[in-house]
Design a protein around this ligand. Structure first.
Ligand code: HEM
Length: 487
């Protein structure tokens, strides 16, 4: 076999890849050494901005297969028939640390799915937790600042983490979840995924429903204790990445069963708490799980940078039959992601293979910008304006989802009040669901963090939240914190 020739970026053969060109033996280097200049310059540009959150992640391809008829509730094409398969790409992630962190840490995990449907890409950008810490997007940058590295000390600070939660009683439910047994998954394969927010589905008759998504792992939920995680994170910071890659390479393809909870749209206004509040779950006795299908991951990406680092998921990528609910957090997210992609990847990120539609083609009048590699993708001499007289693509006139009714005045309102909207009762319910061993581990995990806080008033405010959730919960955390601080 003839040897392949090394070339420059422009395809010219490279004479020497070991020695730079110099002015005589031992002399200074020459500006005319194109290969050297190009190699160093190219290397300097290898990194792009990491995601501002969820920087560290792993991804895989697979498919989603419909197992149950759900067409009473949505006319989404990819859910239209039992047996229908749609290609997917899923990216898992940790949230708070930067790209160089470790996998086995106490942190929520991202669970972002891109469905390459025949009606365009549908992104469901969820987590492994059914709830979230806050319920208004205006608090998100502050929340994330408090959880990521401190600008002065350069590390995550218990003072900041707990100070934010002290001022955010709505976080109590998610904090209880995070500090509990499921707070550190054993691997990405051994955790559930949730859409977390409430979304809207519309059926073929135009009837609207509100839904919550639950991906239940078929591998079983497995978690690590704080001690196991600390040991693993030190020994193998890439433990989750390695586990996922190796499982799929061995043909042990992980899968999840998708269920939804479905609420008729008319129930929403009178439900006992705000059904669009992402800090709360819907009890299954009110809205039971209905099985929809199976998600299987069966192919690793060939190139982590090209396909995982450059993957772009946006909660605003909907398909006909699925739309947003009035959940304020979700509404904020509808802006934030595509904006992040334009900054992080550029305006043409949708042309990258992992982000481009696979089961349909993009047809519109968006043009140009940095890295426009699709000059003739709309057809040679295609018009770049609409309406036109040249048979260019036109709108359907059919709304993607049903309209949402709104009333009242514009302004910075607090969330709508329902009869049972307090921030604590579901944290209490979660606590009471736990076995006594789980409660003890939860209390120890919380106390371990809270006891490191330097200000008594911040500790007291947090304790008040646990007391409000459940008197026993509050008492036990308080005793554990005081015991640790007296040590
Ligand atoms: C990533 C913003 C809440 C799940 C991101 C990114 C931004 C962001 C800017 C980086 C995107 C990128 O560079 O590609 C926000 C804002 C939120 C919010 C403003 C609240 C208003 C949430 C919630 C969830 C979530 C509630 C889960 C239910 C994720 C996931 C990723 C992510 C999974 C990583 C996606 C990937 O793998 O590329 N978020 N986020 N976020 N967010 Fe959020």
């Amino acid at each position: 076999m003839s040897k392949r020739v090394l070339t420059t970026e422009s395809g010219a053969p490279v004479a020497d890849n070991q020695n730079s060109a110099s002015a005589g033996i031992g002399g200074p280097l020459l500006l005319q050494d194109q290969h050297l200049l190009e190699k160093l310059a190219r290397f300097n540009r290898e990194r792009i901005p990491e995601r501002v959150v969820h920087a560290r992640g792993s991804g895989a391809y697979g498919y989603f297969e419909v197992t149950d008829d759900i067409t009473d509730f949505t006319h989404a094409d990819f859910l239209s028939a039992v047996g229908k398969r749609t290609e997917v790409f899923l990216r898992f992630s940790t949230v708070a640390d930067s790209l160089g962190g470790a996998d086995a840490v106490r942190d929520p995990r991202g669970f972002a799915v891109k469905f390459y449907t025949e009606q365009g890409n549908y992104d469901l950008v969820g987590n492994n937790t059914p709830v979230f810490f806050i319920k208004d997007p205006i608090k998100f940058p502050d929340f994330i600042h408090s959880q990521k590295r401190d600008p002065f000390t350069g590390r995550q600070e218990p003072d900041n983490v707990w100070d934010f939660w002290a001022h955010s009683p709505e976080a109590t439910h998610q904090v209880t979840w995070l500090m509990g047994d499921r707070g550190i998954p054993a691997s990405y394969r051994h955790m559930n995924g949730y859409g977390s927010h409430t979304y809207q589905w519309t059926n073929a008759e135009g009837e609207a429903f509100f839904v919550k998504y639950h991906f239940k792992t078929n591998q079983g939920v497995r978690s690590l204790s704080s001690e196991q995680a600390a040991e693993l994170a030190g020994r193998n910071p890439n433990s989750h990445q390695t586990d996922l890659l190796q499982a799929i390479e061995r043909g042990v393809n992980p899968s999840w069963t998708l269920h939804v909870q479905v609420m008729p749209a008319a129930d929403a206004a009178e439900y006992r708490f705000n059904p669009f509040d992402v800090t709360k779950v819907w009890p299954h006795r009110d809205y039971p799980l209905r099985r929809v299908g199976r998600l299987v991951l069966d192919r690793n990406p060939d190139n982590v940078f090209a396909e995982v680092e450059q993957a772009a998921f946006s909660p605003n990528n909907f398909v006909p039959g699925i739309g947003p609910s009035p959940d304020k957090m979700l509404q904020g997210r509808l802006f934030a992601y595509a904006d992040a992609h334009r900054y992080r990847l550029g305006v043409n990120h949708t042309l990258l293979a992992v982000n481009a539609p696979k089961a349909t083609t993009r047809q519109n009048y968006g043009r140009d910008g940095f890295m426009a590699t699709n000059a003739t993708s709309q057809g040679r001499a295609a018009k770049n304006y609409e309406p036109n007289s040249y048979d260019g693509p036109t709108e359907t006139g059919r709304a993607l989802s049903a309209p949402l009714a709104v009333t009242g005045y514009t302004g910075t309102h607090e969330a709508p009040q329902h009869t049972k909207d307090d921030d604590f009762f579901q944290a209490g319910e979660l606590y009471r669901l736990m076995s006594s061993e789980e409660r003890s581990r939860l209390v120890a995990n919380i106390a371990g963090g809270l006891a490191q806080v330097s200000r008594d008033d911040v500790i007291e405010k947090n304790l008040a939240h646990f007391h409000a959730a459940d008197p026993e919960y509050g008492r036990r955390v308080e005793e554990a914190v005081h015991a640790l601080r007296e040590d």
